[in-house]
Design a protein around this ligand. Structure first.
Ligand SMILES: C[S@@+](CC[C@H](N)C(=O)[O-])C[C@H]1O[C@@H](n2cnc3c(N)ncnc32)[C@H](O)[C@@H]1O
Length: 258
């Protein structure tokens, strides 16, 4: 199953993805550490550094999995809400103490939250599993507070030709083999390899973010372009407030002139 955008009818695909993550939840962390040679946690730390979280932040960690990123964000004193649609992954994260009782089991493209409530939204290694990516980006924009930050961490493809050859050999042979042994699901890791190979590139993803209203979009490649971090913002109050039709605006300072 390669990555394809499907904003209209993603449900069957999502059901498959959810049950796949439920099935690998137990071995997921161990497989992650071994397959990434331990680098995955240093990438998550970079996300937290760039978020510059403080105790005044309310951060949404989307596709939180077993909560490794949620735990790092919480260490900064910020308030974290973790969300994932796999009950198995959330349960494992709760057992590890990474995820608290506020965890939400829901689809990242249909967020059960009011508008403008999170100061930051993060997603690590989750976005390439989301087929309805336009719907997802709209939802993130909706729940993010004006001026808030959106950070994506995702696996990408190396650019250096020789390294690329080794990387793809690893991706299609060793990764599913070891993933199959450690997390006991060869097909799940084969799927993960395919989505890394076929997910949209950083230029396209940045353009999509721009289309959905995000500003100050930057991306930063890490470890020979194996991973990329994207940082963007929702425009601050003035711009986003003006973009709401007048009929929908309610503002304490609105004055009706007769
Ligand atoms: C590769 S794991 C990443 C987990 C974690 N963020 C990390 O850093 O290890 C992808 C996670 O995304 C979740 N996921 C995929 N699609 C989702 C969706 N549409 N809504 C909510 N969670 C989703 C999966 O259940 C899985 O836990």
């Amino acid at each position: 199953m390669k990555y394809t955008i499907d904003n209209d009818n993603p449900h069957a695909r999502k059901a498959k993805i959810r049950s796949m993550f439920d099935s690998i939840a137990k071995g997921y962390d161990r497989a992650n550490r071994i397959l990434s040679f331990g680098i995955d946690q240093s990438w998550r730390k970079k996300v937290v550094e760039h978020c510059e979280c403080t105790k005044n932040d309310v951060v949404l960690d989307l596709c939180c999995g077993t909560g490794d990123l949620s735990a790092l964000i919480r260490e900064t004193g910020a308030h974290v809400v973790s969300l994932d649609f796999s009950y198995g992954m959330i349960t494992k994260g709760r057992e590890k103490g990474n995820i608290d009782e506020l965890a939400t089991v829901a689809d990242a493209s249909k967020l059960p939250f009011k508008d403008n409530i999170f100061t930051k939204v993060c997603i690590s290694f989750g976005i390439r599993n989301i087929p309805d990516i336009d719907v997802f980006l709209e939802e993130v924009y909706r729940v993010l507070r004006p001026g808030g930050t959106f950070v994506i961490l995702e696996l990408t493809r190396p650019r250096h030709n020789i390294f690329r050859v080794f990387y793809f050999v690893y991706l299609y042979t060793l990764l599913p083999l070891l993933g199959g042994i450690i997390a006991k699901n060869y097909h799940a890791y084969r799927y993960l390899s395919k989505t890394i190979h076929t997910f949209i590139d950083p230029v396209t993803l940045s353009a999509m973010q721009e289309k959905h209203g995000f500003i100050d979009i930057q991306y930063k490649s890490m470890t020979l372009h194996i991973a990329t971090m994207y940082i963007s913002k929702k425009p601050p109050v003035a711009t986003s407030f003006l973009s709401i039709p007048l009929s929908k605006q309610s503002h304490p300072n609105n004055v009706i002139i007769h």
